[in-house]
Design a protein around this ligand. Structure first.
Ligand code: LHQ
Length: 264
């Protein structure tokens, strides 16, 4: 039985194989963000993070778009005081997403613009339709990247390409985004669900503890010198090595079978 929780601007559904699907659901405005949607996303991310039945979190858009960024009409206060708006709506949403200690996947079914593009970057994986469009949008309206883009984009594609993309407001389709290293998988639109299902299936089987520790190591390593990075690895490996999942991994190796990781 699939479980659905009621929200107004998003859909939330937990599928039996252990994935939570969060769908931005304002297709008439290309799923652009409202204050309500951002608050609902923050709540949904927290819920998915805490639900033991959820092993992977998938975020996508209803209709032809992923997300056109901030709704430029719905919340006048967003345009009047951008700093306060970002701090009170986007930051809680992104920190809630960051708090999910499980794989997160953006399924980019169509256009991802502005903060919608940023949201795809804040996920661990991106699966794109070849018809998707990645549009920074910020440069076109004389804004700077926000919602985490300044953190994620240069790490993925480097400084010079990030500056080119944002400042010239280059528009990349799914195939170009794949060539630039922005997305993990690209597929024709009609195979997007199948390609996503393949990745989600693999991700539901990883050890949740090893996964979250690995992600933390990668996130923290850029600020560390080698000695500090080695010390952090030793600490985290000590924790991973004390887990029931490590025992299960060893047993599966001896018994020549696939491991079944529980996250303990
Ligand atoms: C929209 C939107 C939209 C409302 C399409 N809002 N209705 C943070 C904090 C505070 C303030 C500012 O921003 C931020 C971060 C950001 O996200 S800044 C970036 C904001 N987003 C944009 O500038 C993108 C604006 N949209 C577009 O450039 C185009 O719509 C794209 C390229 C996304 C899609 O183009 P098309 O496929 O040609 O679709 P369309 O333009 O015909 O849009 C379809 C409808 O969706 C249309 O409504 P209508 O009633 O005329 O059919 C648009 O008005 C509406 N829509 N984006 N952000």
């Amino acid at each position: 039985m699939e479980q659905a929780t009621k929200f107004e601007h998003i859909l939330y559904e937990v599928k039996p194989e252990g994935s939570a699907w969060i769908t931005l659901n304002r297709p008439e405005a290309l799923n652009s963000f409202t204050g309500k949607m951002l608050a609902e996303l923050a709540q949904a991310f927290q819920q998915a993070g805490q639900d033991a039945a959820v092993r992977v979190v998938v975020i996508t858009g209803a209709g032809r778009a992923f997300c056109a960024g901030q709704d430029l009409r719905a919340n006048p206060e967003a345009i009047q005081d951008l700093q306060t708006w970002l701090a009170t709506t986007y930051r809680p949403m992104l920190m809630s997403l960051q708090g999910i200690k499980k794989p997160t996947v953006a399924v980019v079914n169509g256009v991802a613009a502005g903060a919608g593009f940023s949201l795809t970057l804040a996920c661990d994986f991106r699966v794109a339709s070849s018809k998707a469009r990645f549009i920074p949008a910020f440069g076109k309206i004389a804004l700077v990247p926000d919602s985490g883009m300044s953190q994620f984009l240069p790490r993925l594609i480097g400084l010079s390409r990030s500056l080119e993309l944002v400042s010239l407001n280059r528009d990349l389709n799914g195939d170009e985004a794949f060539a630039w290293g922005l997305v993990n998988r690209v597929s024709p639109p009609e195979q997007l669900q199948e390609v996503t299902a393949g990745l989600v299936d693999q991700l539901t089987q990883v050890s949740p503890l090893a996964y979250s520790l690995t992600r933390e190591l990668f996130q923290r390593s850029p600020g560390l010198d080698l000695a500090s990075a080695l010390i952090l690895e030793e600490d985290y490996q000590g924790r991973a090595g004390a887990s029931a999942d490590f025992k299960e991994g060893l047993a599966a190796f001896e018994e020549k079978r696939q491991p079944r990781f529980s996250g303990k």
